[in-house]
Design a protein around this ligand. Sequence first.
Ligand code: SF4
Ligand code: FE
Length: 483
Amino acid sequence: MKTGAQYEETLREMNFKLYMFGEEIKNTVDHPIIRPSLNATKLCYDMAFDPEYEDLMTAVSPLTGGKINRFTHLVASTEDLIKKVKMQRLMGQKTSCCYQRCGMLDACNAVYSITYEMDQAMGTEYHKRFKKFYTRVQAEDIYLQLGVTDPKGDRSLAQNKQADPDLYTHIVERRADGIIVRGAKCHMTGATNSNWLLVMPTSAVKPDARDYAIAFVTPSDAEGIVYVYGRQSCDTRKTEGPDSAIDCGNPTYGGQESLMVFDNLFVPWEYVLMDGETEWAGPMVERFATYHRQSYGGCKAGVGDCVIGAAALIAEYNGVANKSHIKDKLVEMTHLNEVLYQGGIAAGAEGYELPAGTYMVDMLLANCTKLNVTRFPYEICRMAEEIAGGVLVTLPSSKDLAHPVAGEWMKEMFQGVSGASAEDRIRCLRFLECMLYGTGSTGYRCESMHGAGSPQAQKIQITRYGNIDKKKDLVKRLAGIEN
Ligand code: SF4
Ligand code: FE
């Protein structure tokens, strides 16, 4: 296993082609806007060395026989699926953001098992290739990130019917030594914090669009990959220097999203994991998405713990912690948050073994978990906002707090109950502001809606696995209906 520092060193050796605010960024490791996202992924490495969390953060790999970081583990039991969610909640609590590394965890489990089934059905050798590569990932604790969501252009048209063929990732040339790829992946979580990428189709692919049924791995800084960094609300507060750390709310940690473009990327055959097998594109992305929908029951519950904690703290600072309506809201928020977690745990507990020997989550429960995630964090945010009060959006800056005149007024006027300094109260409010409307809202609110698939995607799956006919039969039997 690598420590966070060792992992950071691997990133210093990489050479990303990255643009942000109209400039090319050479140092992705120390950039103030990127750094909090790297701190979060780094913690995924360091936590594996903390004896207190060893059971959750590490596992023994059947591939290498050695101890590995659980973020690279191929789930071998329902217990593993449950531990994954527990680990994700823990990491959410420690960072209060998207710490990015589970996209890979879920995608690798999907690709490992789907390529096994592909090889069995078609005599291909994708699984053999992936297993060899993945053994190295585990042994070297490589950060592999997932690319799944294509730009999609006109959503009413299929991949190969778009006016611009690059709106979906596709093969433009098959050569003796490999393939040439064009296209893009949007909403790339943590890409410039990663060493390698795993790219898979974003949706099912029809037989006439076989160049779009493509999966592969590639170094994240390979020639032919261009990144454009995603803006997040209030992101430039991170560039205002140490005096503005309070205004960042969660100054140490944060998520990362970007647009990733493939401009004639070359991928050698040994790294190609799907090449035109259209019937397997849908199953591959469905398996990834379902694993990841379970994951949201962990990470979002962990971040939710922090939002609830901030709401409780501000109520205390304001002297209203014992008011019945405040207590009631905190109970309500806790209830909603625990329902998310229950879903993740249950989807793991009801998991089942796949032909490859790894374990899959319960499809219906994982989709129900994620559908709850598209709703409950919004309710939790609404109640946190109500408890905090309007001061959440009217606070002066921390530079004013440090000013000899303005700061004195602020210290007097923003104090809460005796013992709660204005600065502590402001820190707590800024944390909540970050989670509700700032950089943290990317990971907690909009990602809750759209990450791992938007609500409609879950409803389609719930329709498929909900088995309404069986429910009708139950009633017919009880009510004595014969037809
Ligand atoms: Fe992990 Fe959650 Fe981020 Fe997905 S959204 S990568 S599960 S922290
Ligand atoms: Fe996500």
